[in-house]
Design a protein around this ligand. Sequence first.
Ligand code: PMP
Length: 384
Amino acid sequence: MSKIEINSKLPNLPTTIFTIMSQLAIQHRAINLGQGFPDFSMDSVLHDLVEKAIKDGHNQYAHTFGFQGLREVLAHKISNLYGSNIDSETEITITPGGTYAISNALTSVLREGDEVIYFEPCFDSYVPNIKVMGAKPVAIPLNFPDYSIPWEKVKEAVNTKTRMIMINSPNNPTGTLLGLADFEELKSITRGTQIIILSDEVYEHIIFDGEKHHSILAHPELFERSFVAFSLGKVFHCTGWKIGYSVAPSYLTKEFRNHHQFNVFSVNTPMQVAMAEYLLNPQSFLQLPSLFQAKRDFFAKEMEGCILKPLPSKGSYFQCFTFPESLGTNSRKVALDLVERVGVVLIPVSAFYQDETDNRVLRICIAKKEETLKEAGRRLSVLI
Ligand code: PMP
């Protein structure tokens, strides 16, 4: 049978770097510090709560906006952490993960010809999801090596077609945080415009050195025009559960839910019921900064004599390391080489730029067991 012709909506998409590196990891039995998933167990309390929810019969479709008990706990948490008054009825929607919270927000508001400003390097789901809507991704490279936002360039890029600005803090892959000065810039750029903001805050609780997560939720002027994406899978180290949520003012949430009800209708019920109970204890999230900081610091110690040198990481699952020219000048090739030479999988940060901008930086996932980090550090330290 001859094939039906498809006018692909995402033509020429390369295989993602994660697929390539994960395959190599298996082939070479390498330590995988590439993809951002923990290799340690989640809290058994949460595990038990899911079992209980299943046994208690929470096994049918949840409400399309999400289990009301979970939305209420989240509204309460947001109020305590950021002082903002979020309506659980009209402003929070439970989603199958943060990726979906982002893509469904883009689907809800973007139209053909719209421009979306985003910053590179960035999480790799952004660009395809902008393109599939017929919108134009407008990349602004972050300053190197501190990965701060060049606000002057943002001002130059804004025009009447700009429909959205996407931000991400704590940042994947750079591990940097946005501060109050960034939010002031964003206010002055968006004031009086039709620009919507998408704030990706999936690493909200993974933050180091006593730093504070500045959520867009704490800035009413910005929140009025924002979708905010969160991931419970990321923060509670159960990425495979694919559970997160979107927070947005009611007029944006209404659009979001119009699409959501026909895209997935609802998110798995027992996990939502369990999360609602788990989050009643604030320690569930307040303990996370010290847990992850200990991992970052442990790995930094293991890497002390290594020729890969750390760039500061203030949050997220990640820390970036620069490498000297003696290893090579093409980060992708160096990362492939390292799998064969020392059996460790790292991700070239050049893969997070559309034009593969190469500053000789590799991203390392520090959300791993100490024994994994120790062995990876030992293997990487032989490099000269
Ligand atoms: N945003 C960023 C910046 C991420 O790193 C990730 C996960 N890698 C997500 C969103 C998606 O989160 P989830 O796994 O809940 O879909």
